[in-house]
Design a protein around this ligand. Structure first.
Ligand SMILES: C[S@@+](CC[C@H](N)C(=O)[O-])C[C@H]1O[C@@H](n2cnc3c(N)ncnc32)[C@H](O)[C@@H]1O
Length: 160
């Protein structure tokens, strides 16, 4: 969730019959996202879940598959920089998600690595993506090459 920008974007994309499951471990992020969705036509299309994304299997009904997911890793902007997404839980979330991803479904991960702990997470995500078998997944890496200060790096995983 963070400040809810991606959640709102996803809610716009899923249409009237779609549903977005949004996760965060900070109450502040839930509140910010709730506020961003309030009085929009998209409120009803979102479930705000106060828990880590690594537990997503607990919240998705059996048989539900996923068309798309966004991970915006790192810390909540303008907040406590020590509360960050972590390599191990991000990996668990990816494992759970890929099990449910539909063919042609996509996962986008944006990795920030300027903060303490960011390099370790970037390395885990890169390794995770690199070892996915090409027979089952297309994996793309997209990044700024002329920016200062550790610009974010994007990974996209598409199930074949
Ligand atoms: C970079 S922010 C996300 C920004 C957000 N996408 C936006 O649109 O504003 C990263 C968020 O991940 C949250 N976070 C940290 N660990 C998490 C976990 N295990 N599961 C879900 N969210 C987590 C943080 O609390 C923080 O709000």
């Amino acid at each position: 969730m963070g400040n809810g920008h991606d959640t709102l974007f996803m809610a716009e994309c899923v249409g009237k019959t779609g549903l977005v499951y949004a996760f965060d471990i900070q109450a502040q992020a839930i509140e910010a996202t709730k506020a961003r969705l309030t009085d929009t036509p998209f409120e009803q299309r979102v479930q705000l879940i106060f828990d880590g994304h690594q537990n997503l299997a607990l919240y998705l009904p059996k048989g539900i598959t996923i068309k798309a997911a966004i991970f915006n890793l790192g810390y909540l902007p303008k907040s406590d920089k020590s509360i960050i997404t972590l390599p191990n839980t991000t990996k668990k979330a990816l494992d759970a998600l890929l099990e449910r991803l539909e063919p042609k479904g996509r996962v986008v991960l944006v990795a920030y690595y300027g903060h303490e702990g960011g390099e370790a997470e970037l390395s885990t995500v890169r390794h995770y993506c690199e070892q996915l078998p090409q027979e089952r997944y297309n994996v793309l890496n997209y990044q700024f090459i002329n920016q200062k200060n550790q610009p974010p790096i994007l990974f996209c995983i598409e199930k074949k």
